[in-house]
Ligand binder design. Sequence first.
Ligand SMILES: Nc1ncnc2c1ncn2[C@@H]1O[C@H](COP(=O)(O)OP(=O)(O)OP(=O)(O)O)[C@@H](O)[C@H]1O
Ligand SMILES: [Mg+2]
Length: 310
Amino acid sequence: MQEGPPRTPPPRTPILLRHLMDLVAAGVSAGHLRADTRVCAYMKSPLPPLVNGIQGDFPRDIMLEVSNLLVFYENALALNDFSMKVDAGSIVAVIGSNSAGKTTLMNTISGLIIDTQIKEQRKGGERITIYGRIIFEGEDITYLYPSERAKKGMALCRERHPIFPESDLLENLRIAGYLRTKPEIAETIDYFFHLFPPMARLKNRKAGFLSGGEQQMLAIGMALMVKPKLLLLDEPLLGLSPLMQTTLLDAVRLIIRETGLTLVMTEQFARPILPIIDRGYIIENGMLTMEGPGLELMDNPEVKAAYFGV
Ligand SMILES: Nc1ncnc2c1ncn2[C@@H]1O[C@H](COP(=O)(O)OP(=O)(O)OP(=O)(O)O)[C@@H](O)[C@H]1O
Ligand SMILES: [Mg+2]
C-alpha cells in the first residue's frame, strides 16, 4: 500500500492553549492547572511532588488584600486608588510600563515606603502621603514597619538584584538568613542549590563578579532565606536574556509548588509571565486598568498590543 505524504504534526501552542482554555472553562483550579500532565510537559518540567498528599493545590484563602491605595510623592500621584487581592498559594503579577507605580506598590506592601517617609520627614524634605489599607492574613498592616511585616512572613526582593558585591555567594545567603538557626540556614542553602544547580560551583565567587542573571538568582535565594509566606519580586526579569528568564520563571514555579508560598511579582513584559500566573493586574499611571486570570489576559488584544511587543 502506498504511503501518503508525511503529515506535519499540528502546532503545539494552539493545541495546548485550547487544552488550557478547556480546563479553565471547566472551572479547574489554578493549582490543578499547574499540575496537569500536558501543561507540565509543555512547560518542560516534571510533575510537582505531592505536598501533604495534595498535588499542586493549596488553600485558596486570601493572603493579601490591598484596598484603594493612594501614594503621593509630594504632589505627584504614584498610586491612584489601586486595589488587588492575592489568594494564598497563588502567583499574582502586577504588569505595567516604566513609571507605572510598580516599585511604589511593592515598597508600600513591604513597608519600605514607611522607612523612606520617616527619613524624609526627619530631613524636612519631600513628603510621602499614603492612603488606603493593606490587610495581610486578616490583619491590618498599613502602618507597620517593614521589619514587623518581615517577621509576619513577607520578603521583598527589590528591583535590580540588591546583593553584597564584596561578599561571596554563600556569605550573601548567610547574611540574609541571620535571624535563623544554623540548621535552618543550611537547609535553605541546600534548597537554593536544588533550585539553581549551576550556582553551586559559584558558591565562593564574590557576588559582584556574578552575571546579572546569577545575581538575580542570588537575590531570590536571599529572600527565601527568611522562609517567607509571601514573596514579593520587583521586576525579577529586568535585563535578563530570554533563556535566563525561562530559568528564573521555572525556578519560581518550582518554589510555589514545593513550598506553597504565595508570590506577587511585577513586570513590564507580560508575555513570559502570563502563562504561569493565576491572576494579573495591569497598572497604568498608578491606576488599575484591567485584571483577570493570566490565561484570559494572554488572549486579550489590548494586553497583546501593549505588553507583548507586537
Ligand atoms: N522618591 C520619589 N520621589 C518622587 N517621585 C517618585 C519617587 N519614586 C517614584 N516616583 C515617581 O512615582 C512614579 C512611579 O514610580 P515607580 O518607581 O513606582 O514606577 P515603576 O513602575 O517601578 O517604574 P520602573 O519600571 O521604571 O521601575 C513615577 O512617576 C516616579 O517618577
Ligand atoms: Mg520599578
